[in-house]
Design a binder for this molecule. Structure first.
Ligand code: URA
Ligand code: SF4
Length: 228
């Protein structure tokens, strides 16, 4: 699926030095292995009702990883994340942050669609998130953008961030737009939660806030790139 290396072996050494090609190849291989396991996975009940699993998609070398909740109707049919209405809005949001889909890696907490888009259940999150953890460990992003409270709850609790809780989940309105400098399984990463794009489609006030968050994300990325 990724074709980074059509280079003759004689030129590899040079390119490897210049572009760290071997690292990209390793990442592509490791990500494909996660993808293969997800396609065969039956670790929770959702395998039985899914059409296609949605392992995630994007640049294996991404500085920015976006983590949503779970595939919806369209994602389940196509096998790709954020291809429906929320995905169209996400494309606009990425543009506000001066990002393109080809720059980022997009995935979800759950890789299979819950029936009728119901909330993920705790045992499903527990069964599925080892895949997400491996994707983070392979890609080593500088920034993780959490889309919605399920993503923010999982990532912030994994990173040991305490507080901001409501009814057993992180209160997304309390944490959105904040930058958390954390360690996610040994990886130093900036976690920035915001509302889920689908929430913005139904609520114009939230829509405005998500758009502002993505403008801030763009500025934060620029700052992070210019400070060594
Ligand atoms: N909502 C999500 O959380 N993820 C998708 O991939 C699509 C919609
Ligand atoms: Fe496996 Fe995750 Fe799909 Fe459950 S949701 S079957 S754990 S890939």
């Amino acid at each position: 699926m990724y074709h980074y290396c059509n280079t003759p072996a004689s030129l590899r050494g040079l390119f490897e030095e210049l572009y760290d090609v071997s690292l990209i190849e390793d990442r592509v291989k490791a990500l494909s292995e996660v993808e293969r396991e997800v396609r065969e996975c039956r670790k929770c009940r959702l395998w039985a009702t899914r059409t296609k699993p949605v392992p995630g998609h994007g640049n294996p070398n991404a500085e920015v990883m976006l983590i949503g909740e779970a595939p919806g109707y369209n994602e389940d049919l196509e096998g790709k994340p954020f291809v429906g209405a929320a995905g169209k809005f996400l494309d606009q949001l990425l543009a506000l942050g001066e990002l393109k889909r080809s720059d980022v890696f997009i995935t979800n907490v759950l890789k299979c669609r819950p029936p009728n888009n119901r909330d993920p259940l705790p045992d499903e999150v527990e069964a599925c998130t080892p895949y997400l953890d491996r994707q983070v460990a392979i890609i080593k992003p500088k920034v993780i953008i959490c889309l919605g409270r399920h993503s923010a709850s999982y990532v912030l609790s994994k990173a040991g961030v305490k507080g901001h809780m409501r009814h057993g989940y992180v209160s997304i309105s309390a944490v959105r737009g904040q930058v958390f400098n954390v360690s996610y399984e040994g990886l130093k990463v900036m976690v920035i939660p915001t509302y889920h794009p689908a929430a913005g489609l139904y609520n114009p006030k939230l829509k405005k806030v998500i758009m502002e968050d993505f403008v801030m994300i763009g500025r934060t990325l620029k700052g992070a790139r210019t400070t060594p």
